[in-house]
Design a protein around this ligand. Structure first.
Ligand SMILES: [Zn+2]
Length: 77
């Protein structure tokens, strides 16, 4: 089960969405045409994957069970 997080700018509380940079089409094309850049591109995409707020797209989600997360939760009530 995914950990619940809170986003400090819009106050959204819940499960963040995973955002992967780049494009699956570019990845497939690279894999088909040039094997090595395809591998590097795949590694880069996995490496830059991050949690994002589903409401505003912000990238600064804070875990609810951290001191800062609990403080934000109190403030948003
Ligand atoms: Zn947000």
């Amino acid at each position: 089960m995914a950990q619940e997080k809170i986003y400090k700018d819009c106050g959204y509380k819940g499960t963040p969405v995973k955002i992967t940079k780049g494009s699956i089409l570019v990845e497939l094309a690279l894999w088909c045409c040039f094997l090595v850049p395809g591998v590097l591109y795949s590694l880069w995409r996995v490496d830059t994957r991050y949690d994002s707020c589903p409401l505003c797209g912000g990238a600064t989600m804070i875990p609810l069970d951290s001191p800062q997360g609990r403080k934000l939760e109190k403030e948003s009530e």
